[in-house]
Design a binder for this molecule. Structure first.
Ligand code: LLP
Length: 421
């Protein structure tokens, strides 16, 4: 459920009409609903109630400072994957002890920044990274709390570009080598092992792969404890999917996911961390765009929008589906026409949807892409010299621009002329 509903014939974000935001900030823009973000966070809180836990929002899905502060104020931890994300989380007011640092390629400089600022744990993904972290921490005279990410070799049954838990993927260490690597970690200076980490992929719409992976983590916990390690934290990653197509069966709910966690690792006495991104931010955001032209091709009608693949890359990158709805409520039972919905960028890949049935739309109309709050703005680029689009946040009847649209001059002046030119 989200808070983007038609009211009096027009799409609203909570109590604010989308047309009102469009009139003030221009199109295209992203808009986020505070109530939806908060609701989704609380669903995970309820799902894990009864277990000691920390829900670490994966800020790679949406890194806006206002989004991070909204969640941070509810007690969320943050899962970061770069020094940039770490520093943004701190700038949004999240304390270091609630930040976990994931990612396969942390540099020594990034490790130093997080150790200096304070960090809950590093999720270490390889032996060379372990050695580097040990050296950095020891040189600073501090100890780095770590989990080691294991690769459980489980098929997440999701899009190949976002599956991470098979042995051919670059993530984690093979679970078969885990005992040896934990033993190595136990011997290294500057390292304190606190737990195990796993993350098998994103947009999972089936709980079975989670169950398989978490059972393997439970077994490993017992083994490692028998080896003498104090395993007190389990980071179970993110990945729970969302309903991108309203017409499809809904994926499992956080409560069902929580039940899997309780059933598989709930009796180990560990503190549980999870790193959901998409389920919290995805349906909390829309991309709002205006139709520039309706162009009749030989065989099809093209809706040419003012947003493009540089603003929302998921359809061209993953073939992802986003529901696209008119901002003015269509008449119930009205005629539906098949449109090819495209952007102005000069490649055929700049296509949001093909032959998508939609109510009749005219040039100048506003349309909204649903489920665009995760992996939308964060993956945007200025391809074709199209300035990054603004982000807006709504809370009740208020709205605020939380990232301004750069002017053309600002965009141009980020380049500089080589001195010989
Ligand atoms: N933790 C780790 C270590 C991750 O790699 C990810 C996502 C998450 C947590 C959060 O997963 P979520 O709950 O959001 O599924 N750009 C792609 C998704 C990439 C996901 C990468 N890792 C997309 O637009 O679908």
């Amino acid at each position: 459920m989200d808070h983007f509903l038609y009211r009096d014939g027009a799409l609203h974000a909570e109590d604010v009409a989308i047309t009102e935001i469009a009139a003030e900030v221009g199109t295209p823009f992203y808009v986020y609903s505070t109530a939806t973000l908060e609701r989704h966070f609380r669903l995970f809180e309820e799902a894990l109630s009864g277990l000691p836990h920390l829900i670490c929002f994966a800020m790679k899905s949406n890194g806006n400072l206002s989004v991070i502060r909204t969640l941070g104020a509810l007690g969320a931890g943050i899962d970061v994957v770069s020094a940039g994300e770490y520093l943004k989380a701190r700038a949004a007011g999240v304390p270091g002890e609630r930040i976990v640092f994931s990612g396969v390629g942390k540099t020594r400089e990034e490790m130093r920044i997080a150790l200096e600022g304070g960090i809950r744990q590093f999720n270490v993904e390889s032996e060379p990274e372990l050695a580097a972290l040990s050296a950095v921490a020891a040189s600073m005279g501090v100890t780095a709390p770590i989990t080691i990410r294991v690769n459980p070799d489980v098929d997440a049954k999701t899009h190949e570009k976002i599956a991470t838990g098979k042995k051919e993927n670059k993530f984690g260490i093979p679970i078969s080598r885990a005992r040896a690597v934990f033993a190595e970690a136990g011997r290294l200076p500057g390292i304190e092992v606190v737990g195990i980490d796993v993350h098998i992929g994103s947009q999972l719409v089936d709980l079975e792969p989670f169950e398989q992976a978490y059972l393997k983590v439970a077994d490993l916990t017992r083994q490692l404890r028998a080896d003498g390690h104090d395993i007190r934290r389990l980071d179970l990653g993110g990945g729970l999917g969302i309903p991108y197509e309203r017409s499809n069966a809904a994926p499992p709910l956080p409560l069902d996911y929580g039940a899997v966690i309780k059933r598989t690792v709930g009796d180990l006495g560990c503190e549980i961390e999870i790193e959901p991104g998409r389920l919290i931010s995805g349906n909390a955001g829309l991309l709002v765009s205006r139709v520039i032209y309706v162009k009749s091709g030989e065989e099809r009608e093209f809706l040419i929008l003012d947003s493009a693949m540089n603003d929302l890359v998921r359809p061209s990158m993953y073939g992802a589906h986003h529901d696209i709805v008119p901002v003015v409520e269509p008449a119930p039972g009205g005629e539906m026409l098949p449109y090819d919905v495209v952007g102005p960028v000069c490649e055929t890949g700049d296509t949001f949807a093909k032959q998508r049935p939609m109510p009749r739309v005219a040039a100048g109309d506003l349309v909204a892409f649903r489920s665009a709050g995760a992996y939308g703005a964060v993956m945007a680029s200025e391809y074709n010299a199209r300035p990054l689009i603004p982000e807006v946040m709504v809370k009740g009847d208020q709205f605020a621009v939380i990232r301004a649209r750069p002017t053309y001059d600002e965009m141009i002046n980020r380049d500089s002329m080589a001195p010989w030119l």
